[in-house]
Design a protein around this ligand. Structure first.
Ligand SMILES: Nc1ncnc2c1ncn2[C@@H]1O[C@H](COP(=O)(O)OP(=O)(O)OP(=O)(O)O)[C@@H](O)[C@H]1O
Ligand SMILES: [Mg+2]
Length: 390
């Protein structure tokens, strides 16, 4: 496949093809695939965010890109050049490590200067860039300190400054903001994005925080068990998740999942449970008809449940769910309401409303209207989306 497209690839794009990393377990001797056949192309100015649960292979992927971990199989290309056997230093990659790996015996200044110095950068460049990077990450007053005299968040900013001070061909960030408080985190995020705009180089950024992923990534790759489940823009992953896993992982609060049976009645289909009977949107009928009479999982995002009189679509008994209000959490845009269904399953679900709900609603029964055109459906056996062709 590469032979056909290879002259179209810009010099500084990155291609990962069927990458696998197998680790041998020292105790059992068995080997395990930490990264299991992942492929993607990173545009020359692209900022890709990798998200996924602990142990899904994010750090291992970054380490293979940096050349710190030999690949078991598959290929990595920087532009046209296959770099599988290229040593880390020759790849010209800047990486911020998850444990921020700063040198304890060096001052903050020397730590930041390290990458430049070890590549023979001229003294004048070091003198100009180190204080500038330190200033961006607000550690300019700490330049003469040693890392043990710093907080975890400050050390993390030293590691960020050290990576960002360089002119690399690829920037890799492994959860670089995990130790920062909310405000610093927000600032550092802005600073990274500003520097990325300036440098215009491909970047891969790992985070656990899906709202950070949505805010920063041109595209987001959701990893699970060593594989990439889906890669796309934040909006694509949110609106058209191809699996139950992606649907659940992207969006806060998480999507509400209900076990339903699909029942046909005349030309219509209904998603039926002991708690509700919801008419499927016309746009979903073709995809769902083969599931008529079967049990599947239906997902409704908290944002797609509305106070009936404020809904922008036609409300009827065929798109309402009755529930009892357990908790109301005010937010800047309205509130999150935690409810449970009225049937014996007492299934918990959550709605995020663009209005305040007075505390008098606590313990009361309320109907909410579901925007069925935005519903998601998953095959219970494969956990793949029924709506998104893969
Ligand atoms: N050197 C190693 N030897 C054996 N197994 C390893 C090694 N490094 C990582 N693993 C295993 O590979 C899997 C992926 O690890 P990795 O560090 O890439 O996960 P991660 O997605 O970065 O997780 P986290 O979010 O916790 O940082 C894990 O099961 C881990 O235990
Ligand atoms: Mg990791």
């Amino acid at each position: 496949m590469r032979a056909t497209c290879h002259f179209l690839l810009p010099m500084s794009s990155i291609t990962v093809s069927h990458l696998v990393k197998q680790f041998a377990n020292p105790e059992s001797g068995e080997s395990k695939r930490a990264v299991n056949d992942i492929s993607f192309t990173l545009g020359e100015h692209e900022f890709l965010v990798l998200v996924g649960p602990s142990g899904c292979g994010k750090t291992t992927t970054l380490r293979m890109l940096a050349g710190l971990e030999p690949v078991s199989s598959g290929e990595i290309f920087f532009g046209e050049k296959r770099v599988n056997e290229t040593r880390p230093k020759e790849r010209n990659v800047a990486m911020v490590f998850q444990d921020y790996a700063v040198f304890p015996h060096m001052t903050v200044y020397e730590n930041i200067a390290y990458g430049l110095r070890s590549r023979g950068a001229p003294a004048a460049m070091i003198k100009e860039r180190v204080p500038k990077a330190a200033q961006i990450f607000r550690i300019e007053h700490l330049l003469q300190r040693k890392p043990r005299q710093l907080s975890g968040g400050e050390r993390q900013r030293v590691a960020l400054s050290r990576a960002m001070v360089r002119d690399a061909d690829l920037y890799l960030y492994d959860e670089p903001l995990a130790n920062l408080d909310a405000q610093l985190r927000y600032q550092a995020r802005e600073d990274i994005m500003a520097l990325h705009k300036e440098k215009q180089k491909p970047s891969v950024y790992v985070t656990h925080d899906q709202s950070e992923a949505m805010a920063m990534g041109d595209r987001i790759a959701v990893m699970n068990g060593g594989r990439i489940e889906q890669i796309g823009s934040g909006a694509e992953l949110y609106e058209r998740p191809n699996s139950l896993f992606v649907a659940y992982f992207i969006g806060t609060p998480s999507i509400n999942l209900f076990d339903v049976e699909i029942l046909a009645e005349d030309q219509a289909l209904f998603a039926v449970s002991t708690a509700f009977r919801l008419r499927l949107a016309d746009s979903h009928l073709d995809a769902l008809r083969p599931y008529s009479g079967k049990r599947i999982k239906m997902g409704l995002r908290p944002e797609d449940l509305h106070v009936p009189r404020l809904a922008t679509f036609l409300v009827s008994p065929e798109n309402q769910i009755q529930g009892v209000v357990n908790v109301v959490e005010p937010s800047s845009t309205g509130c999150a309401v935690y409810l449970s269904t009225l049937d014996e399953t007492s299934r918990d679900y959550v709605a995020t409303l663009r209005t305040r709900m007075p505390a008098t609603y606590l313990g009361k029964e309320v109907p909410l209207a579901a925007n069925m055109a935005k519903a998601h459906y998953f095959d219970p056996a494969t956990e793949k989306s029924i709506l998104v062709a893969i």
